[in-house]
Design a protein around this ligand. Structure first.
Ligand SMILES: [Cu+2]
Length: 176
């Protein structure tokens, strides 16, 4: 008597018609998402940053601190509030467990935000708009942003980064 025998199940039979239809549907949907990912990059209104540079985290920290020192206009709970430079540039750093500085932007004025991390991988999620960016130490991402409405927008970290992850937040203020 053999210990191993071929199980007599329906898995050995040909895939049924209903299952073939579902497989075909899933494949077509996968291909559609694959194509739309590239189409959206050129024609969508919200595009992921494709401009990025390598940088040492310590160098990014120095540049951010220089930017904050020259463009601070106030503070919120001890976190400096800054405005963009004359060239429309701003720095935004993620670190365990905060975003700094608070950016004060003007509606309709485009800004190039240099985004990076001092330490670990973080995520930058602008609420309630649900715009999401990866923040990696060693890389600067250039986020081109033109605010279309005024108000205060929260930033939360959506990439688990440690014990203080749940309190990691920041702010973008848009004025007229
Ligand atoms: Cu986090």
């Amino acid at each position: 008597m053999s210990a191993l025998s071929v199980p007599n199940t329906r898995y050995l039979e040909r895939v049924g018609r209903d299952e073939r239809v579902w497989l075909l549907f899933a494949i077509v949907w996968c291909l559609f998402l694959f194509v739309i990912m590239y189409v959206w990059q050129f024609f969508g209104s919200q595009r992921t940053p494709i401009e990025s540079y390598r940088i040492e985290p310590s160098e990014f920290r120095t540049l951010t601190q220089e930017y904050v020192a020259g463009h601070q206009v106030g503070d919120v709970n001890g976190v400096p509030v800054t405005v963009p430079t004359e060239q429309g540039e701003a720095f935004l750093a993620a670190r365990a467990f905060a975003f700094e500085p608070v950016l004060q932007l003007r509606r309709g004025e485009s800004v190039r935000i240099y985004l990076s991390s001092y330490d670990y991988q973080h995520g930058m999620s602008i609420q309630p708009l649900n715009l999401n960016f990866q923040v990696l130490p060693g890389y600067v991402y250039v986020v081109n942003l033109t605010p279309t409405s005024t108000g205060e927008f929260g930033i939360v970290c959506n990439e688990y980064c440690g014990l203080g992850h749940h309190v990691m937040s920041g702010r973008i203020i848009v004025t007229d």
